[in-house]
Design a protein around this ligand. Structure first.
Ligand code: GLA
Ligand code: ZN
Length: 652
């Protein structure tokens, strides 16, 4: 069963509303309620004075209406009294000063004092609620970011992490190449987190920045483990997760979720669709990415429930079908629980125009009707929850690539994410499932592996890709692969793509970081495509030329190649192109590997979940226009944002 949930803030409402709210949720077909993640000041109004009566009551009311509870640890927002009496619990900003209070998330994760108070409130919660039948799972904190706090405690933690990694300053200086700009470090306390980097991270030593990002991610993981440890101390069987988003300071998600039981994500697909047909807006990539955190089905802890607002101007109203369609899109990619943000729009506080399912009026509306329809529909598919997404195609990702490319842009607008999304978009459009996996994930069972910009080059990953190809797989490698070693320094004395040269059978003689300017390429078999961002000028060793540039001083020079390697082959894509190029390219690759493809209109996505209980094909029209598609030889009409599900030869 796919569970539908609601994000609820009992502390925002008069308790006289709880009963009615819970009854309405139950009648709609909701099974789960997420509560508590920001409620510290209500749970511990004064230092050491706890009040759980209201939470007991709220859980009691919800449980009487058959709701299972996902309980949040409230560490995202410490109470004001804590910051006031212990300023060392405050996060420091990139300017090297304590941040002001009044927003949220401004606690320091390493602060000894903060940990002490956090441990106490989590312990109190765990003592009281862990193991109780109403508690379905725990959510740690809220939308955790990697730890970029610059306070004295975090400075010490950063130095400790480096000491552990390098042992000596000599080793550290050598690895970082600190001689550049007289950056050599002669005492550990000279090392500080990057300060003032908000606008110019690329001015710092990239090797140091990479280590800093790795530290910041590890520091977050440590915070996650700290919280898990307390809860598991009271209930070893507790199901623990946290709600990921893609924040400014990206965590190393695979590391962060390793100690957790299930990956979760806050899914806010766009309410306003872009006008530019080249802009990739589908959240399908994010969903497949999150499934890859633990290579298993995942949860949505916040699902778009109304027009967005507050952090940005209020968005347009949700189109009819959007609420249901977007939720089913998440299910199609492996979400087993989908909890909507939020029940009723807040009437106070910063998010009073960040709309929930209900408006301030509390009157039933179009969004609630759609939610009910969604619940009824899923009730008819009880076996869907026992299925998973099986893919023959993998796309490699790693936090190291993300960390490095974010801080050192390769040409104006060159984006690691954009490349991943372009390939992913093509997979959706061809109706082919794809797993986005950590780059060290075993490749057995896949037929095609897409490697977008393997910038920080791991020789083990290259060896594994060679082995995969030798045994008959197809690999697609793109530009800016093989550039750096694991320390974040450039690989010396070899032509690009360095370690990938044998596999790809080609070398890059020169590159042109064209940024937002456009270039063109033509495929040898016909077809002309626009490219932007990057052009590698390729010289094949053994590879066959698939495409050549048309324009600038390198007209006719190879842009895309294919190299036979063992029983498989490796494609090298030297440029970043328009959407259609990726469909054309992957169509060839998939056909070669015998992977069945569908030709769908742009914006229509086909995903498949399967298991012993059957196969479910999800046809999702992720556009504002209706489309006709063909499924099993039948013509199917899809309204805007409509999801049609086909199982056992029938439409559900
Ligand atoms: C995030 C947060 C929520 C809320 C929503 C509003 O996802 O986790 O608390 O602020 O955004 O969109
Ligand atoms: Zn700190």
């Amino acid at each position: 069963m796919i569970r539908i949930g609601i994000d609820y803030y009992p502390e925002h409402w008069d308790c006289s509303l709880w009963e009615e709210d819970a009854a309405r949720m139950e009648a709609l077909g909701v099974h789960v309620v997420r509560i508590g993640e920001f409620a510290w000041s209500r749970l511990e109004p004064r230092d050491g004075v706890f009040d759980f009566t209201w939470l007991d009551d709220a859980i009691g009311v919800l449980a009487r209406h058959n709701m299972k509870i996902i309980l949040g640890t409230p560490t995202n927002c410490a109470p004001m009294w804590l910051y006031h009496s212990h300023p060392d619990t405050l996060q420091w900003g990139p300017d090297g000063r304590p941040t002001g209070t009044g927003l949220r998330g401004h606690r320091c994760m390493t602060s000894f004092t903060f940990r002490k108070y956090a441990a106490r409130i989590i312990t109190e919660l765990a003592k009281r609620y862990a193991g109780r039948p109403e508690i379905f799972a725990w959510q740690l904190d809220n939308e955790l970011e990697s730890n970029h706090c610059t306070c004295p405690s975090c400075q010490t933690a950063f130095r400790g992490w480096l000491k552990e990694k390098y042992g000596t300053l000599d080793a550290l200086n050598k690895t970082w190449g600190s001689e550049v700009w007289s950056g050599e470090i002669s005492g550990w306390d000279q090392i500080v987190p990057p300060q003032g980097t908000e606008n110019k991270p690329d001015w710092y030593n990239p090797a140091y920045m990479l280590d800093y990002e790795r530290f910041a991610a590890a520091s977050l993981t440590d915070f996650v483990k700290f919280q898990c440890g307390i809860i598991r101390g009271y209930d070893p069987q507790a199901v623990i997760t946290t709600n990921a988003c893609f924040p400014r300071h990206m965590p190393d998600f695979h590391q962060e979720f390793a100690p957790l039981d299930v990956a979760s994500y806050d899914n806010y697909p766009p309410v306003r669709l872009p006008e530019d047909p080249e802009e990739l807006y589908s959240n399908a990539f994010a969903l497949d990415f999150v499934r890859g955190f633990k290579n298993q089905n995942f949860w949505i802890l916040e699902q778009l429930g109304g027009p967005m607002g507050c952090w940005a101007p209020i968005s347009p109203a949700m189109e009819p079908g959007m609420l249901e369609g977007y939720a089913l899109q998440a299910a199609a990619h492996g979400a087993d629980l989908i909890s909507f943000f939020r029940w009723r729009t807040s009437y106070t506080g910063a998010e009073m125009f960040c709309h929930g399912l209900l408006d301030h009026s509390n009157v039933p509306n179009r969004r609630l009707t759609e939610l009910e329809q969604l619940c009824r529909r899923l009730e008819k598919l009880p076996e869907l929850g026992n299925t998973t997404v099986h893919s023959q195609v993998a796309m490699l990702y790693s936090a190291d690539q993300e960390f490095t490319l974010k801080n050192q842009e390769q040409g104006q607008g060159f984006s690691y994410w954009k490349q991943m999304r372009l390939f992913h978009d093509a997979c959706m459009n061809l109706g082919v499932n794809v797993d986005v996996v950590e780059e060290r994930t075993p490749l057995d069972g896949y037929k095609v592996v897409i490697v977008p910009t393997h910038f920080i080059t791991d020789p083990d990953v290259v060896a594994r890709l060679e082995d995969f190809t030798r045994r008959g797989g197809s690999v697609v490698v793109t530009c800016r692969s093989g550039v750096k070693d694991k320390n974040g320094n450039c690989i010396l004395g070899q032509e690009l793509p360095t370690l990938f040269r044998a596999l790809c059978g080609c070398r890059v003689t020169e590159y042109d970081a064209i940024g937002p300017a456009t270039q063109e390429l033509t495929l040898e078999r016909g077809g002309r495509y626009q490219i932007t961002g990057w052009c590698d000028l390729i010289e094949p060793d053994t590879a066959q030329v698939l495409a050549r540039y048309q324009g600038r001083f390198y007209s006719g020079v190879p842009a895309i190649t294919k190299n036979a390697f063992g029983s498989g082959c490796a494609y090298y894509v030297g440029a970043v192109g328009e959407r259609a190029l990726y469909c054309t390219l992957l169509l060839t690759v998939f056909r070669e590997q015998g992977i069945p493809v569908s030709r769908l209109p742009q914006g229509v996505e086909l995903t498949v979940r399967s298991g012993p209980s059957g196969t479910y094909q999800f046809y999702f029209n992720n556009t504002a226009h209706s489309h006709d598609v063909e499924a099993d030889g039948q013509k199917v009409h899809l309204q805007p944002f409509e999801m049609k599900i086909r199982t056992q030869g029938a439409w559900a």
